[in-house]
Design a protein around this ligand. Structure first.
Ligand code: NAD
Length: 487
């Protein structure tokens, strides 16, 4: 029997200054079951004074956290990882309820959250400064210092992993955190905060739940020293505009319109399996997924035959149904957004050679379903081929040669990930060099590996996470110290 977030958990509270507190805003957040469209229950909603209390708590905790021995900080992050593992099944069920994704995909996400805390636990005491020149009478060194209070604002697509990635990184580098999860999926973050509450000193990690308004209040708060944002490029632009007024440093992990390019010598079966994973995992609500599939014209027919039949056969259903590999959209709004993009694409002449079935009867009738869909014959500069859809939709485009593939792949405003499928090392190398994206994967799907820097070019963002050096430096300010020594 699955753990139920409202039957098996007494009441949901935010974490402020080490205390679990109810939100003091008027209306609580409604947590929905995306597979049925029903309300599951209510979560707290932060008022402006809750946000101010959380920032004050994080400011107060910073003075001692920044000087806590990195090894000690690491031990606490390990303990949080251990507790996530100890509550694994419960967290997997929680995410499946609030986000709707298949349980196996939630399990991967919770595992990623655990591994991220473990990774940055180990990183915290291995991050050093440098000595530039050590002369007998002068010392010059470079040190990395934490910024102070980091506002972490995250979306709803991988709630446990997003809770972990910037928070663990910020804490490992000696910063304190005020985290705001997405209003659609607040419970995973609240539960992880609850598990961490008596591990960390009070105020080191704070979680406030709410919607856009809470995010705006957090960004505007003068006590914030750094903003770490994951979400859409449009929201990123608004936050950067606010940050610019205070010259506030920030990290932006934004959207994508990623291309995978399949060459004639590729293993077509592997490429098909890769595209099923890349375009439809998490119902296509993945910033790193391939919404554009570029296929060389000589293998186009062979690829399409296998791809369309595999997509048409995908099993869509609720996350607790073990046969389902694709779940619902997270919200009615997201469902309507994707539906609208599909309607405009077909009205503009795109074809739909394959579409899976979705549940239409019984208790799942009201779920936020969008069938896994293949689109063809859309112009490379059509909206469906240039704007992020963030749903289970792959647009397939034939190409003639390498130059054309590069020019189509790069002809969008985004540059998060890209895929190249070929056995030819020279093609793989040239494509990886020429494609404008922060992560390029060859003959495999990007799955956001820990240890590799993750982040985007162009409107896909600024800064890197998930690795050691780039990420740790992104969350630190650099100080140069030069010291003439007494004779
Ligand atoms: P969104 O930008 O609407 O919201 C993200 C978060 O920002 C939410 O917590 C929201 O409440 C908050 N927010 C919204 N407006 C705000 C404002 N003006 N000030 C402060 N906070 C505000 O994004 P979404 O629809 O929740 O998520 C989907 C987007 O996230 C997609 O574009 C996707 O590509 C992107 N994403 C990027 C990555 C990455 O690592 N690059 C990962 C996952 C998702």
């Amino acid at each position: 029997m699955a753990y139920h977030p409202f039957k098996d958990h007494a009441s949901w509270k935010m974490l402020i200054g080490g205390e679990l507190v109810p939100g003091s805003a008027g209306a609580p957040l409604e947590v929905m079951n995306p597979a049925t469209g029903e309300v599951l229950g209510q979560a707290p909603s932060a008022s402006e004074s809750d946000v101010a209390d959380a920032v004050a708590a994080a400011e107060g905790a910073f003075a001692s956290w920044r000087w806590t021995l990195p090894e000690k900080r690491g031990e606490m992050l390990y303990e949080i990882a251990r507790r996530i593992r100890a509550h694994f099944d419960e967290l997997v069920d929680l995410e499946t309820w609030e986000n709707g994704k298949p349980r196996a995909q939630s399990a991967r996400d919770v595992t990623n959250a655990e591994r991220t805390f473990r990774f940055y636990a180990g990183a915290s005491d291995k991050f050093y400064g440098h000595t530039v020149l050590d002369a007998p009478d002068e010392m010059r060194k470079i040190v990395y210092e934490p910024y102070g209070v980091v506002a972490v604002i995250i979306p709803w697509n991988w709630p446990p992993m997003h809770t972990a990635d910037f928070s663990a990184l910020a804490l490992a580098t000696g910063n304190t955190v005020v985290l705001k999860p997405a209003p659609e999926t607040p419970l995973s973050s609240l539960r992880i905060a609850e598990l961490a509450a008596d591990v960390l000193p009070p105020g080191v990690l704070n979680v406030v739940t709410g919607g856009v308004e809470t995010g705006v209040q957090l960004v505007a708060h003068p006590g914030i020293d750094f903003i770490a944002f994951t979400g859409s490029d449009r929201t990123g632009e608004k936050i950067l505009t606010e940050a610019a007024k205070r010259i506030l440093p920030s990290m932006m992990e934004l959207g994508g319109k990623n291309a995978s390019v399949i060459f004639p010598d590729a293993d077509v079966d592997k490429a098909v399996a890769g595209m099923l994973r890349s375009a439809y995992f998490n119902s296509g609500q993945a910033c790193s997924g391939s919404e554009r599939v570029l296929v060389h014209e000589s293998v186009y027919a062979a690829f399409m035959e296998r791809f369309t039949s595999a997509v048409a056969g995908m099993v869509v259903g609720e996350g607790f149904d073990e046969r389902a590999t694709v779940g619902p959209m997270v919200t009615k709004r997201q469902q309507e957004k994707v539906q609208g993009a599909l309607e405009r694409a077909t009205a503009a002449g795109a074809r739909v050679p394959a579409r899976a079935e979705v549940p239409t009867a019984g208790r799942l009738k009201g779920g936020f379903w969008i069938p896994p869909t293949v689109i063809t014959e859309a112009a490379p500069d059509a909206e469906i081929m240039t704007e992020e859809v963030f749903g289970p939709v792959a647009g397939v485009i034939p190409f003639k040669d390498e130059d054309e593939a590069v020019s189509i792949a790069n002809a969008v405003d985004f540059g998060l990930t890209a895929g190249v499928w070929t056995r030819d090392l020279a093609i793989a190398h040239r494509m990886a060099t020429r494609i404008e994206a922060g992560v390029v994967s060859v003959n495999r799907v990007n799955t956001g590996e820990l240890g590799l820097p993750f982040g985007g070019y162009k409107r896909s963002g600024v800064g890197r996470k998930k690795d050691f050096l780039e990420a740790m430096r992104s969350f630190s300010r650099v100080k140069a110290i030069q010291m003439a020594l007494p004779e």
